[in-house]
Write a protein that binds this ligand. Structure first.
Ligand code: F6P
Length: 328
C-alpha cells in the first residue's frame, strides 16, 4: 500500500464523453472512502497550468452520475505541449501538495500524461474517456456505448423518412480514425453498407451492393459512413458519385456531428465509469503509475500508458461479415 498518496487531483481532457462525470464522481468518492483528499482541476491541462483547482468532498459530486458532458470542462491545451507549460502545471501540483493525478480522456490526453510523468516522475493514471472506443488496453471506453445508442436512435428516425420517400441515405458518424461507432451502430440500425477506415472495400463494391439492394426490392437504404473512411471521398462526394452512377437512387446525406457526444450516459457507461474510477484510486494506493485503467472480459486491468497510446484497438472484422449476410 502506498501510504504517501494523501491528496490526488482529477481532470477531464480532450473531447468530452458521456460517463466522464460518473468517473469523476467515482474518483472523488473512492478517494474520500480511502481518506485521500481529492482536488478537481477545471479546464483539463490548461487548468493545471492556470492553477484552476478546487477541493471536492463526497457531496461535491452529488447528482452528476447521470449528466452528460463534463462538469470539470475540457480543453485541448497547446501550452501543456511546451516544457514551460508542463513545468507550471507541475509547480501548481506541488503548491497544492498533490501526490498523484487522474486524467480522464483519450489518447492525446494520455500522451500528455505520459510525457508529464516521465519529465517529473509524478504519478499519473489514465481513465479512457472518448466516444471513439479507439484506445488499446480496454474493450470499452467511456461514452462509446452511449454514443452508439444515440446513433441508432437517430438512424431509426432517418429510416422513417428514408422509407417514406424511397430514398438512399448516407449517414456520417464520428470516430476519428476508427470505425467502431460506424460498424456497431450500423449493424444495430440495420444499415445496408458500412464504410470504415479499417477496411476499404472500394467504390465499385459499394455500387454493386446498392445495385443488388435495389434489384432485391428494397425501396430505401441506409449507408453508414465513418468520418475517417478511406474511400477518398467525403460523404457528400460519395452521395454525388452514387447518384451519378445509379441515377434511380434519390440520395440524401446526414452528418450526425457533435450530437453523438452529448446526452445522459447509458447504464453501461455509468457502471464502467464507476468501476474505472474506483480502480484508478485503488491502483494509485497500490503504488501503480503511468498506466491506464481498462476493462477486458468484464475484468479491470492496467495497461502502460505507452502501450495504450501506441497500440491499436482492433475492430471485430466478423461484424463486417455479419453485415454482408444480413443486408441481402
Ligand atoms: O474524439 C472524439 C471526437 O468526437 C471524434 O469522434 C471527432 O473526430 C473529434 O472528436 C471532433 O473533435 P472536435 O470536437 O474538436 O471537433
Amino acid at each position: 500500500m502506498n501510504e504517501t498518496i494523501k491528496r490526488i487531483a482529477v481532470l477531464t481532457s480532450g473531447g468530452d464523453a458521456p460517463g466522464m462525470n460518473a468517473a469523476v464522481r467515482a474518483v472523488v468518492r473512492s478517494s474520500v472512502f480511502y481518506q485521500i483528499e481529492c482536488y478537481a482541476v477545471y479546464q483539463g491541462y490548461q487548468g493545471l497550468i492556470d492553477g484552476n483547482f478546487k477541493e471536492f468532498s463526497a457531496r461535491s459530486v452529488n447528482n452528476i452520475v447521470n449528466k452528460g458532458g463534463t462538469l470539470l470542462k475540457s480543453a485541448r491545451s497547446l501550452e501543456f505541449r511546451t516544457p514551460e507549460g508542463r513545468k507550471r502545471a507541475y509547480d501548481n501540483l506541488i503548491k497544492h501538495e498533490i501526490d498523484a493525478l487522474v486524467v480522464i480522456g483519450g489518447d492525446g490526453s494520455f500522451t500528455g500524461a505520459m510525457i508529464f510523468q516521465n519529465e517529473f516522475n509524478f504519478p499519473v493514471i489514465g481513465i479512457p474517456g472518448t466516444i471513439d472506443n479507439d484506445i488499446f488496453g480496454t474493450q470499452f471506453t467511456l461514452g462509446y456505448d452511449t454514443a452508439i445508442n444515440t446513433v441508432i436512435d437517430v438512424i431509426d428516425k432517418i429510416r422513417d423518412t428514408a422509407s417514406s420517400h424511397n430514398r438512399l441515405f448516407f449517414v456520417e458518424v464520428m470516430g476519428r480514425d476508427a470505425g467502431h461507432i460506424a460498424l456497431n451502430s450500423g449493424i444495430g440500425a440495420g444499415a445496408e453498407e458500412i464504410l470504415i477506415p479499417e477496411e476499404n472495400r472500394g467504390l465499385e463494391q459499394l455500387l454493386e451492393s446498392l445495385k443488388k439492394s435495389e434489384k432485391s426490392g428494397k425501396s430505401s437504404s441506409i449507408v453508414v459512413v465513418a468520418e475517417g473512411d478511406k474511400t477518398g471521398k467525403n460523404v457528400f462526394e460519395l452521395a454525388a458519385y452514387v447518384e451519378k452512377n445509379l441515377p434511380y437512387y434519390e440520395v440524401r446525406v446526414s452528418v450526425l456531428g457533435h450530437m453523438q457526444r452529448g446526452g445522459s450516459p447509458s447504464c453501461f457507461d455509468r457502471v464502467l465509469a464507476s468501476r474505472m474510477g474506483v480502480h484508478a484510486v485503488e491502483s494509485l494506493r497500490d503504488g501503480k503509475s503511468n498506466v491506464m485503467v481498462g476493462v477486458m472480459n468484464d475484468t479491470m486491468k492496467l495497461t502502460p500508458l505507452e502501450h495504450a497510446i501506441k497500440g491499436k484497438s482492433e475492430i471485430n472484422k466478423d461484424l463486417l461479415r455479419v453485415t454482408d449476410i444480413l443486408s441481402i
